[in-house]
Design a protein around this ligand. Structure first.
Ligand SMILES: [Zn+2]
Length: 161
């Protein structure tokens, strides 16, 4: 299943104080080889978070933002239970690239919750790094999958105050 990561496990454990429903759930973080899911940086199955080299290359603040985002997925995943989660994984895997509706709904909700949990600043940092790194076309694709743009994050954080 890949090696377990002490550093990122600790990071996730610290974040879990903001995730009441996960306190006794023994959430685990694993580093897995990039070839296993080269298109992603992190993904969740049940209470397991899998990250790869893409994740390790990110700066600390971005890592915190992404882990908080993934922990929101873990909350959903645990609520769904094993069978439904397996179905979701298969469906998402098979429909990757042409059905963005599901991902749009899921990722948007998760990003919104990441902000609600108090990680808006970190999420903004992550998104700004992403917007600096990728072409306009690639960003459009990312945002069409539901991830909030820096503009949206800023306005959402503004509303909260
Ligand atoms: Zn996500």
């Amino acid at each position: 299943m890949g090696k377990s990561s002490n550093e990122y496990q600790k990071m996730a454990d610290d974040l879990i104080s903001s995730f009441r429903s996960l306190k006794d759930k023994n959430v685990r973080v694993f580093i897995i080889p990039k070839w296993m899911f080269w298109w992603a940086t992190a993904f969740v199955f049940g209470r397991f978070i899998f990250i790869n080299k893409n994740f390790e290359k990110m700066d600390k603040v971005s890592q915190v933002a992404l882990l908080a985002h993934e922990l929101c997925h873990v909350e959903d995943s645990i609520k769904r239970g094993f069978l439904q989660e397996l179905f979701m994984l298969l469906y998402e895997g098979l429909s990757w690239g042409f059905d963005t509706k599901l991902s749009r709904r899921v990722e948007r909700a998760v990003d919104l919750r990441t902000i609600k949990k108090g990680y808006g600043k970190e999420l903004l940092h992550l998104e700004l790094a992403r917007e600096k790194k990728f072409s306009k076309k690639k960003l459009e694709k990312i945002h069409s999958r539901g991830y909030l743009s820096s503009q949206e994050i800023k306005s959402l954080m503004g509303k909260k105050k």
